[in-house]
Design a protein around this ligand. Structure first.
Ligand SMILES: *[C@@H]1O[C@H](CO)[C@@H](O)[C@H](O)[C@H]1NC(C)=O
Ligand SMILES: *[C@@H]1O[C@H](CO)[C@@H](O)[C@H](O)[C@H]1NC(C)=O
Ligand SMILES: *[C@@H]1O[C@H](CO)[C@@H](O)[C@H](O)[C@H]1NC(C)=O
Length: 674
């Protein structure tokens, strides 16, 4: 176009419209509309950098000569409401939508169709009956729409099927009648529909099947023994149906099974003793059935179990001690609402990773074993509605437990409010707590490239300080600058680094670039800008974590944050500028490393230890940095240390255990985090 001249504002170009937006007190012009139908444009859509035009709301490029795919980064246009690419030569996938108004019959005549994926839209109506009429269909994936009607007729003979996912729709019909023989099938998920009939006997021929989910339907029948032929099965979910009969011992031969959920059915009989053969089982949920008999010792053989739910059945007898062998049990053990009786086994104390234990609504008697005190991860323990007596365990996480988890019983006592005090408090546990409270040794090992230094600091008293007003990370357009007598402003920063020009970059961190900005009054600040990435969610979490934490804390050896801008499009943090750079960089530099003599190194280690002690013991709730490496310790010209980069830091919730994914740099992760 003649009006498209370099050095002129695109806002004046033919087909382009702009508007003024407010971003953190700045009001730039941004491009919002591209309207160029029938303009003779050639080339690929991917040549346009959509990430650079985040405010686009309207694109009409219909009737041009564009070819190639629709670039995935078009999905970063969160404000886009109109997109017209009609009459071009575009091919490939349409990135993930909320399309509706499906006219199913139009798909039926596609006799070469191999793959149809329509998931997470609002398509309604029935699927076309002749969808597999060409006999080539391999993938039919229509998860989460409002489809109704029954399984398409042509699927009965569709032997090419590899993956069938119809879950979260309103499909109906007798599945044993409408499904055929699928020798190539790897995944079948029909959960959350209105299917009825019995589990299709034909499934026995799908020997490659790894995932079978039929949960939340109205399937009757018993669990068929032919399922035991599916030796590759990893997940079998049949919960929330009307299944009856016994759990066939044959399915215990599924050596690869990892998830087995049969909950909320009408199953009867007992747990097969062969259950111990399921050596790869991680999740077992058979709750909410009519199962009875003893809980077999053999269950202790399923050593990979992370979650075990057998509650709401009619099991009787005592709880076998072998349950204590399930060392990996972490998520839950729920045996509540059965007819279990006898004393609780000491061996349960071995479940040191377990977070949730429900023993309520049974007839357990005697006292709670003292070994329960070693279940250090337990955050919920419910023993209500039993015949227990004696002291309740005093683990740290249970201190604020509700009395309703312990009452009614025959006579439990303890320090939990609502329970009567015991006459004698278990001495060992009590004294241990006291000693820990008085002496908190912190061992800090700072890796120094040349030699390691170990500093041990013993803190005898510590006072907790409340953080200042909270900053909500969710707010859409936050801008806050402080500590600068109001002189520091957004414009000043953006002008100083010429709108984030690369020449001001002084470092690139895990999730952003760091710029050095000299403000009008000569003051230097460091500005960290979040990368714009497609998979940016994790980075955003780090940004918010850092913003949230640094705006709450102040300590002489923790880098100061002066402010932040958190806008859907622009995100940056402003810090004090620390001249020398990282400890790592200093140690890499022969001259500087020599200057950093032993006296300075000891001071440095002490300063860092004090900063960490402040985070752990003076902040309430405590903050764990999780990545104290020599890269994240900054030095000023006199080698004074500042802890920085709180992107992976966590605030500890005092009332829960803290299992989290590993974060940080290997070799520097705090031992407690493993
Ligand atoms: C568009 O052009 C007019 C004159 O042709 C000029 O006054 C105006 O400032 C330009 N707008 C922008 C945003 O550059
Ligand atoms: C696209 O624009 C973004 C944002 O301005 C920029 O960071 C990125 O480098 C650009 N990509 C290309 C390929 O030019
Ligand atoms: C324990 O199980 C009972 C019965 O199944 C249930 O009512 C109760 O809410 C459960 N306790 C907790 C803490 O979830």
């Amino acid at each position: 176009m003649s009006s498209w001249q370099e050095n002129t504002s695109p806002c004046n170009w033919t087909g382009i419209m702009c508007t003024v937006v407010h971003i953190c007190r700045r009001m730039p012009w941004v491009v919002t509309n591209i309207s160029l139908p029938g303009a003779g444009i050639r080339g690929q859509l991917g040549e346009l950098n959509f990430s650079a035009l985040p405010f686009l709301a309207y694109i009409d490029l219909s009737n041009n000569s564009l070819h190639g795919p629709i670039p995935a980064n078009i999905s970063s246009l969160s404000l886009l409401s109109y997109l017209n690419l009609y009459l071009n030569y575009i091919k490939g996938q349409i990135p993930c939508n909320k399309l509706s108004g499906f006219r199913p019959q139009e798909f039926g005549d596609l006799i070469n169709l191999v793959q149809l994926v329509l998931s997470y839209n609002s398509f309604s109506g029935p699927l076309p009956a002749n969808i597999c009429s060409g006999g080539r269909l391999q993938y039919l994936i229509v998860t989460s729409n409002i489809l109704n009607g029954s399984i398409p007729r042509s699927l009965k003979t569709c032997t090419s099927l590899v993956q069938l996912q119809l879950q979260e729709n309103q499909l109906t019909g007798d599945i044993s009648q409408h499904l055929g023989v699928y020798p190539q099938l790897i995944k079948m998920i029909l959960a959350s529909n209105r299917f009825f009939g019995q589990i299709p006997p034909n499934l026995g021929a799908s020997t490659k099947l790894t995932v079978l989910h039929l949960a939340q339907n109205m399937i009757t029948s018993s669990i068929l023994t032919i399922l035991s032929k599916l030796s590759n099965l990893v997940e079998l979910k049949l919960d929330y149906n009307y299944l009856s009969g016994e759990v066939p011992p044959e399915i215990c031969s599924l050596a690869n099974l990892y998830k087995l959920t049969l909950s909320s059915n009408q199953l009867s009989g007992s747990i097969p003793t062969l259950i111990g053969n399921l050596s790869n089982l991680g999740y077992l949920d058979i709750s909410g059935n009519r199962l009875s008999g003893l809980i077999p010792e053999e269950l202790g053989g399923c050593t990979k179990l992370q979650s075990l739910k057998i509650n709401n059945n009619s099991f009787s007898g005592s709880l076998p001690g072998a349950i204590g062998n399930l060392a990996g049990l972490q998520i839950m053990l729920d045996v509540s609402n059965n007819n279990l009786s006898g004393v609780l086994p000491q061996q349960l104390g071995k479940l040191q990773m377990l977070e949730f234990l429900n023993l309520s609504h049974n007839q357990f008697n005697g006292s709670i074993p003292s070994s329960f005190a070693s279940m250090v991860s337990i955050s919920t323990l419910d023993v209500s509605y039993n015949d227990l007596e004696g002291p309740v365990p005093t683990t740290r996480l249970l201190q604020n437990a509700s009395a309703s988890c312990f009452l009614p019983n025959k006579g439990l006592c303890g320090s939990i409010s609502g329970l009567p005090p015991c006459y004698s408090i278990p001495v060992a546990a009590h004294q241990k707590g006291k000693i820990l409270g008085l002496l908190l040794p912190i061992v800090l090992v700072v890796g120094f490239g040349v030699v390691d230094v170990t500093v041990v600091i013993i803190i005898l008293t510590h006072k907790r300080r409340k953080p200042q007003e909270s900053v909500t990370a969710e707010a859409r357009d936050l801008f806050s600058i402080w500590n600068f007598d109001g002189r520091l402003a957004f414009d000043d920063i953006v002008r100083a680094i010429e709108d984030f020009d690369d020449k001001y970059i002084i470092g690139t961190g895990g999730y952003g670039k760091v710029y050095k900005a000299q403000l009008q009054d000569g003051q230097l600040v460091a500005v960290k800008k979040l990368h714009q990435t497609e998979e940016g969610l994790d980075d955003e979490r780090r940004f918010h974590s850092e913003m949230e934490i640094l705006s709450h804390i102040r300590q002489r050896s923790i880098v100061k944050m002066y402010g932040f801008c958190s806008h859907p499009v622009y995100k940056f943090l402003v810090y004090e500028y620390i001249k020398q750079g990282s400890l790592h960089g200093t140690l890499e530099n022969d001259e500087l490393a020599k200057e950093l003599d032993w006296q300075k190194r000891i001071t440095l280690a002490t300063d860092v230890a004090q900063a960490i002690s402040y985070l752990h013991h003076e902040c309430s709730p405590p903050i764990i940095h999780r990545d104290v490496t020599s890269n994240n310790i900054l030095l000023d010209t006199s080698f004074k240390a500042f802890v920085s980069d709180f992107g992976t830091a966590r605030v500890l919730k005092p009332d829960s255990s803290n299992w989290s994914a590993l974060a940080g740099t290997y070799g520097y992760i705090a031992p407690g985090m493993y």
